[in-house]
Ligand binder design. Structure first.
Ligand code: 5AD
Ligand code: SF4
Length: 444
């Protein structure tokens, strides 16, 4: 695996990349750097010495895009001082805004166009900015070994599919990432094996909707099985699951393999069946609760986390209360919580007015965040006294004499160091908790 470490070579032109948005984007940046490295570029982490400045962007909410516009202004100031610098915007925002962005920067490349980056960079001049935003039905970058940006060298992302065929009415992703396609299962297993051989201890399989993975006769449950079989000590994680698609087969496969971490990220979005219908999620409150029951009946210790949107079009106070009551019923371990942001071109933007006033959205979001804080604490309190198997990530941020790492459920643990290194597995007992962390003691 030639690309596993970035090349630092002073004689090559230097590329710098900033990544915004989801884990998939982090992995895409690693793919981009691998493609550029093969084309003769070196990687730099110092924007001031970069010949090429790239931002890999996100369009999921308006504030994500506003942040990038701000960054573009800052990049342009740098370009004034060093006119030779090339500025490129890649990823979801490039795909969504296309020529509008090309007026502001030198290169615009969408998520399926990363192989053309060397060509675009070669062709670009001050008078001729370059764009490639073609979406593909086939591109999975299956043959590319991503440069690994994770400093620890213990945990890596593997993209198993790209795009999304669900048309959740609020979501821009199907428009920016195109049709769903699954990657050749053998290349996924090979990548996991190479990572293991290079000292990695944990892989996270990534897709917008991993449960709909299908390559030849390999479905997601089978793929999990194949990756788990690479080595019984390789920890396997995955994200994101869709409540309508997560199958009993996947749940039982997780239960059968100790090295598949007991954590499912299962975005609910709303606790109101009326909202779920308008969101086109294709499940209702009862279905969601049944899936949670099923997961917990098979794996009582499985961490379940979620995403929640506050203030979607037409959301009544009762709908909002339904979300709160579902959160109270499920007691998620943690959640990402957002105010609804209308995205131009989506079904919701055409069909349902963004009619919840900003103050109401914000008040509901704050209520959701406050409730989740209490639920996270409650979920963590249940762990007190239990022994956790944790993979060391590094020193704890608050106290360098302590280490931190995640339990299988993805809960963050801190515990006294006995000189272990990142990637080591330790057993710790939960002594006390906060809403964010399990504070643990060592097990003799
Ligand atoms: N507004 C707010 N949140 C959104 N998400 C997706 N689209 C929007 C939007 N238009 C959230 C969903 C999704 C997560 C990745 O982002 O909760 O699960
Ligand atoms: Fe990831 Fe969605 Fe943002 Fe694209 S729009 S970067 S897929 S979160």
């Amino acid at each position: 695996m030639d690309n596993i470490k970035p090349i630092i070579d002073p004689s090559r032109p230097k590329v710098y990349i900033e990544t915004y948005g989801c884990q998939m984007n982090v992995n895409d940046s690693e793919v981009i750097l691998s493609i550029l490295q093969d084309a003769g570029y070196a990687l730099t982490e110092d924007i001031e010495e970069a010949d090429v400045i790239l931002a890999n962007t996100c369009s999921i909410r308006d504030n994500a895009e506003q942040r990038i516009w701000g960054r573009i202004d800052q990049f342009k100031i740098k370009k004034k001082k060093r006119p030779g610098v090339v500025i490129g915007i890649v990823g979801c925002m490039a795909e969504r805004l296309k020529d509008e962005l090309l007026k502001a920067v030198d290169i615009v490349a969408g998520p399926d166009a990363y192989r053309s980056l060397p060509k675009l960079l070669e062709a670009v001049t001050p008078d001729s900015p370059q764009i490639d935003v073609l979406l593909s039905h086939e591109e999975t970058y299956a043959d590319i070994s991503p440069v690994r940006l994770d400093k620890n060298g213990i945990s890596a992302f593997i993209s198993i599919m790209r795009g999304c065929n669900n048309v959740c009415s609020y979501c821009i992703v199907p428009y920016t990432r195109g049709r769903e396609r699954s990657r050749d299962a053998h290349t996924i297993v090979r990548e996991a094996r190479e990572l293991w051989e290079n000292g990695y201890k944990e892989v996270t399989l990534l897709g917008q909707n991993v449960d709909s993975y299908q390559w030849e006769d390999v479905n997601f449950a089978k793929l999990l099985e194949m990756v788990a079989a690479v080595n019984s000590e390789l920890r396997v994680r995955f994200s994101t699951s869709h409540p309508k698609d997560i199958s009993d087969e996947v749940i039982y496969t997780m239960a059968r393999h100790e090295n598949i971490c007991r954590h499912i990220h299962l975005p609910v979005q709303s606790g109101s069946s009326v909202m779920l219908e308008k969101m086109r999620r294709k499940y209702d409150r009862e279905w969601y609760l049944e899936r949670v029951e099923k997961i917990r009946s098979v794996m009582p210790d499985c961490g379940i986390t979620t995403d929640v949107i506050a203030g979607f079009s037409g959301e009544t106070q009762q709908d909002h209360q339904d979300t709160l009551s579902l959160m109270e019923q499920v007691v998620f371990d943690s959640a990402f919580m957002f105010a609804y942001s209308e995205r131009p071109g989506t079904l919701a933007s055409k069909k349902y007015p963004d009619d919840i006033p900003y103050e109401v959205k914000t008040a509901r979001l704050n209520e959701i965040i406050a409730l989740q804080g209490r639920m996270s604490l409650k979920s963590n309190e249940k762990e007190i006294g239990k022994v956790m198997t944790v993979m060391v990530e590094g020193p704890s941020k608050k106290n360098p004499a302590e280490l931190c790492g995640r339990a299988g459920s993805n809960k963050m643990c801190v515990f006294p160091s006995r000189g272990e290194k990142p990637g080591d597995i330790v057993q710790v007992r939960v002594a006390s908790v906060t809403s964010a962390t399990l504070i643990c003691e060592r097990v003799e």
